[in-house]
Design a protein around this ligand. Sequence first.
Ligand SMILES: [Zn+2]
Ligand SMILES: [Zn+2]
Length: 134
Amino acid sequence: MELLQKKLKEKRIRPSFHRIKILKYLDRHRTHPTVDEIYEALVKEVPSLSKTTVYNTLELFSKKGIIGNLTISGSEKRYDFENKAHSHFLCKKCGKIFDIDKVDCPCENNRAVRGHKIDEVHLYFKGVCKSCLM
Ligand SMILES: [Zn+2]
Ligand SMILES: [Zn+2]
């Protein structure tokens, strides 16, 4: 069985044609794309696809922990094939988002901060990337 299909079945998600297409796109484009980017890229190849389907599928994948999501640049939600804990760096010049290895956050080991229970920790870095610095 294909790896992506297995990934979905493990989480009891039916590996439909559209779902596999969307997951495959994320796997091949580790650029943290938005719903719009994924839709625009896939609809040429899969005309039966709607933006709602793309959105709902990505939300389902996120909820089940198959993929990650982030809102590093304003209000636009981006999706991430990598679902393990890691941080992100946003280049203010080219707008690219890079994966950064997990950086330890002092509040992560305690599962509460000032009495509030922590479920997720998002660490965002912003600046100028290596290639824009050159
Ligand atoms: Zn840059
Ligand atoms: Zn990432």
